[in-house]
Design a protein around this ligand. Structure first.
Ligand code: ADP
Ligand code: MG
Ligand code: MG
Length: 885
């Protein structure tokens, strides 16, 4: 790099994204390969970063460089910024390194003034066009640079249309628009207390500065937060000669995708408007027309666009999202970027591009974001329970959503964060609604097309969206939405089907999603590449079956205490805990044994031929007893009621609860500590496991048993526990006369002491399973429930911690402990099998760490298994991740 802050378009290319931003690099690359684009230059991201670092003050040379490039542009185009004759008009466009659609600002038609508007009118012989361009400029400049609320202009525009009795902007005459320019300028004066500056170069300087500033707009910050985009990248600014789609019937503007971004189908997909400019299509001002109609309107430009779409897709070897404008029949491209797509489309496009010979399988895998797979794993409407739609809109983002109606983004964010399922219902969303969309189950809008803001944002987030439901009337102040005679309020529930565009009153039943051929094929490729095994955490036969369907290679964690919580079992468990004599306790355990055995049989059956790690009871006993406060209240009530027998029982229970209560149960009598204190529980569980395995084997199946001991901190704990397990299991096998049923005994590693003494512990373990949930709590020394409810959120917001360590592994701390534990364990037992079974097992970022440490497998919840399979494959692939322009 030569330290310049400004690059001519002809100097850039696709590789220069970091410096020129995605938009600038993309336009430069188009110019390089001969696609028609308007002329211009790019102010680099380093200029923006330098200004930000300096409290907003520009680097010294920047303005000179911009002016020099502007002069060159004027010379090349034979036009002059702001001149009365042959005026040059430019757009000033933001362009981040990673695409942030709609999040930052752009100003069009800069360079227009009273003189140049007249010049433009004369030159084009179209005063209407000239004044339309002018009023658009005042509107955008007023909003972006002067900070005038956009609504002010919209209101004036609507008022004028009403006075003229027209419904569309195109119904206004040149004189109307000239009047509007004056009105808009007055609005700026009223709002800011000063006149709009009229010197175009000064406007340019301030516009560039405003675009720099839009990097730190609240909505841009929210978007970056949601998409893990660093705050310090800054934006580039592209200054480009205007091309005009608003020059009447021979001009148009539009957006298109080279394939269908919702389904991945290989078809032309897009929308356009004749006689329109810039964001008219996405802003939902007029209802846009479908791309294929452009063929009859502007056949030559259409043919050229089709050829260009093919050229660009072949060039980038991926689906592209394109902005175009036709000025007087001539096609120009204004932007190209990798098309954002649903997960279903991502899978299909990847598979098709491999079949078409454009890319190889590894490239295909690299392009699919594992976290996005969640979408195809999400529920859809139950087709057998079809309701009657209240209304329909566009099927803008697939999947089904059920939730309470909410009419504004702030409330949606608030209620959604509180755990309530809400559906955001809006006339149209704006970038400022993004936090509400993020917290909602789905979005419904009355207005806007498939490329409207709501649709684009919802697709990116994998949220169902129905857009442009035209029959819908929304009264935000009254909190009502009306379709015909039906009025719904924010007390009502709504069901959206983003796959079909249907909207239903009430809550319809949903079904789990279908796993398609594309899904299986691409996940199959991931299996060929990955080294890490993927197991599931499953506590029931049903979960184990689901997990296996989704590709799990075993169960990495079966939590037996979940089996104790079922309503038919809890009374027996409580009797076991409350028993005063060994006999009474044994009787309760004898009753529990067949219940547990039945559960294990189901899981072993579902996982036949694959390993199942069963963890012996982990939580402290009081978790199975009533709540202390409630029981105290019960005793009080009974004291008043004069019911001596009941009172005595309640008091005994209260007494036991008190004795079992602990100040810090997480670090109390649980796991192996509990099991050594009450060996009969572990004995019962071991018998149930072995008997289940024997029963399943008798049916010709192949159970692979792994018995796992929780919360070991001392090798001696595991040595003793192992002795109990082995004695019990061998006793069961001997009485069954079976000698060849193999089982292994291992331990969870979830305490820092276990990590540091892993070499000693490994002497008694056939396998390790890192319990990264508890290991994170004990290593960092924070209790998850307390932290997530209090300091963790402010910590995240303040950037004290980069991510929630319970969602994404703290690689430097907890990850380092895992590394040490693995190394020390293997030192004693090179054949030790090692996995992890915390929630991190389904987190793509954590999986990269686990793959690097060299674990044998990760285990995660059943629905995250495909995500883990893909993430494990991507962890093996070097080279750049998904290229998001
Ligand atoms: P965003 O990042 O929000 O898409 P853009 O910089 O792409 O913003 O610009 C907003 C709109 O203005 C787009 O529709 C774009 O095609 C259009 N536009 C930008 N520059 C020009 C130009 N020089 N001539 C015509 N239209 C333009
Ligand atoms: Mg925009
Ligand atoms: Mg754009």
């Amino acid at each position: 790099m030569d330290g310049r802050y400004v690059y001519d378009l002809s100097e850039g290319n696709a590789e220069m994204k970091a410096l020129l931003g995605g938009k600038g690099a993309g336009v430069a690359e188009m110019k390089r390969i001969g696609v028609p684009v308007p002329d211009g230059f790019t102010v680099t991201t380093s200029a923006c970063v330098a200004a930000m670092r300096n409290g907003g003050t520009w680097p010294e040379r920047l303005w000179d460089e911009i002016q020099a490039h502007l002069s060159t542009l004027e010379r090349r185009t034979g036009r002059t910024l702001g001149a009365a004759e042959r005026p040059l008009l430019v757009s000033v466009r933001s362009g981040a390194v990673l695409s942030m659609p709609g999040m930052m600002d752009t100003i069009l038609n800069l360079g227009i003034s009273d003189e140049s508007a007249e010049g433009l009118a004369a030159e084009s012989n179209d005063p209407r066009f000239a004044w339309d361009s002018y009023r658009r400029f005042v509107q955008m400049y007023g909003e972006v640079v002067e900070g005038v609320p956009g609504q002010v202009f919209e209101d004036e525009l609507t008022a004028l249309k009403n006075r003229r009795g027209v419904t569309q902007d195109t119904g206004l005459t040149a004189d109307d628009l000239k009047e509007l320019v004056a009105t808009f300028r007055r609005a700026v004066r009223l709002s800011t207390g000063h006149e709009l500056p009229t010197e175009p170069r000064e406007q340019l300087r301030r516009a560039v500065d405003a675009v720099f500033g839009s990097w730190n707009s609240p909505r841009a910050k929210v978007y970056r937060g949601l998409n893990d985009i660093p705050d310090d990248l800054g934006t580039a600014v592209n200054v480009m000669q205007m091309v005009f789609g608003n020059k009447g019937d021979t001009s148009a503007t539009g957006v298109c995708f080279t394939r269908n971004p919702a389904t991945g189908a290989r078809e032309r997909y897009g929308e356009f408007l004749v006689d329109a400019q810039g964001e008219d299509v996405v802003a939902g001002i007029r209802t846009p027309r479908r791309l294929p109609e452009l063929e009859s309107v502007l056949p030559y430009a259409y043919a050229q666009l089709m050829a260009t779409m093919d050229q660009l897709e072949h060039h980038y070897k991926d689906m592209q999202d394109i902005e175009f404008t036709v000025e007087d029949g001539t096609l120009f491209l204004l932007q190209v970027r990798t098309g954002k797509r649903t997960a279903a489309a991502a899978l299909k496009v990847a598979r098709d591009l491999v079949a078409e010979g454009e890319i190889d399988k590894e490239t295909a895998l690299r392009r699919i974001d594992p976290a996005q797979l969640d979408q195809v794993l999400h529920p859809a409407l139950d087709p057998t329970q079809a309701g009657t739609p209240l209304t329909r809109g566009l099927n803008a983002s697939p999947g089904a959503a059920v939730g309470r109606i909410v009419f504004d983004a702030d409330t949606a964010a608030e209620r959604g964060k509180a755990g309530e399922a809400v559906v955001l219902v809006r006339w149209e969303t704006t970038p400022d609604d993004i936090h509400g969309v993020a917290a909602a189950q789905g979005v419904l809008t009355a207005h806007g097309g498939m490329t409207s803001h709501a649709a684009v944002v919802a697709r990116g987030m994998g949220k169902p969206c129905v857009a442009g439901a035209g029959e819908l009337r929304i009264d935000v102040d009254a909190h009502t939405m009306t379709v015909g005679d039906t009025v719904l309020t924010d007390a009502d529930t709504l069901t959206l089907d983003g796959t079909t565009g249907a909207v239903y009153p009430g809550a319809l039943p949903l079904v789990p999603p279908q796993i398609t051929d594309d899904f299986s094929t691409v996940l199959g490729w991931a299996d060929e590449v990955r080294r890490l095994g993927v197991r599931a955490n499953a506590d029931t036969g049903e979960e184990a079956t689901k997990a296996r369907e989704l590709g799990a290679e075993g169960v990495g964690l079966c939590r037996t205490e979940h089996m104790f919580m079922a309503t038919d079992r809890l009374p027996v468990v409580q009797r076991m805990i409350l028993a005063d004599t060994t006999d009474a306790r044994q009787a309760a355990l004898d009753e529990l044994l067949p219940m547990q055995q039945a559960d294990f049989e189901e899981i072993f059956t579902a996982m036949t031929g694959l390993p199942v790690a069963v963890r012996l009871i982990d939580p402290p006993l009081h978790e199975f007893l009533p709540d202390l406060v409630e029981q105290s209240l019960l005793v009080q009530r009974l004291e008043a009621d004069d019911a001596p027998a009941e009172l005595e029982r309640a008091r005994a229970l209260l007494d036991r609860i008190l004795r079992l209560s602990e100040a810090n149960p997480m670090l109390g009598t649980r796991g192996v500590r509990l099991l050594l204190l009450h060996p009969e529980i572990g004995v019962m569980q071991t018998r149930a496991i072995i008997r289940a395995a024997l029963a399943v084997r008798r049916r010709g199946l192949d159970p692979r048993v792994e018995i796992m001991v929780p919360l070991v901190g001392f090798a001696e704990e595991l040595r003793r526990m192992r002795e109990i397990i082995v004695a019990t299991a061998d006793d069961e096998l001997a009485s069954a006369g079976v000698t060849d049923l193999r089982y292994t005994v291992g331990t969870m590693i979830e305490l820092p002491r276990a990590v540091l003494t892993a070499d000693e512990i490994a002497e008694h373990a056939d396998f390790f399973s890192f319990g990264t949930n508890d290991l994170s709590q004990t290593a960092i020394g924070i209790s998850r429930d307390d932290a997530e409810g209090s300091f963790l959120v402010p910590y995240l917001e303040a950037g004290i911690v980069p991510a929630n360590p319970f969602a994404s592994l703290d690689a430097d701390g907890v990850g380092e402990l895992v590394r040490i534990g693995v190394e020390r364990g293997l030192r004693t037992r090179p054949d030790l099998e090692i996995g992890i079974c915390g929630e991190h097992g389904g987190d793509p970022a954590s999986i990269i760490v686990f793959d690097g440490i060299g674990l044998d497998y990760v285990s995660c919840s059943p629905y995250r298994v495909p995500i883990a399979r893909l993430a494990a494959a991507r962890a093996r692939l070097t080279g750049p991740a998904y290229d998001d322009r």
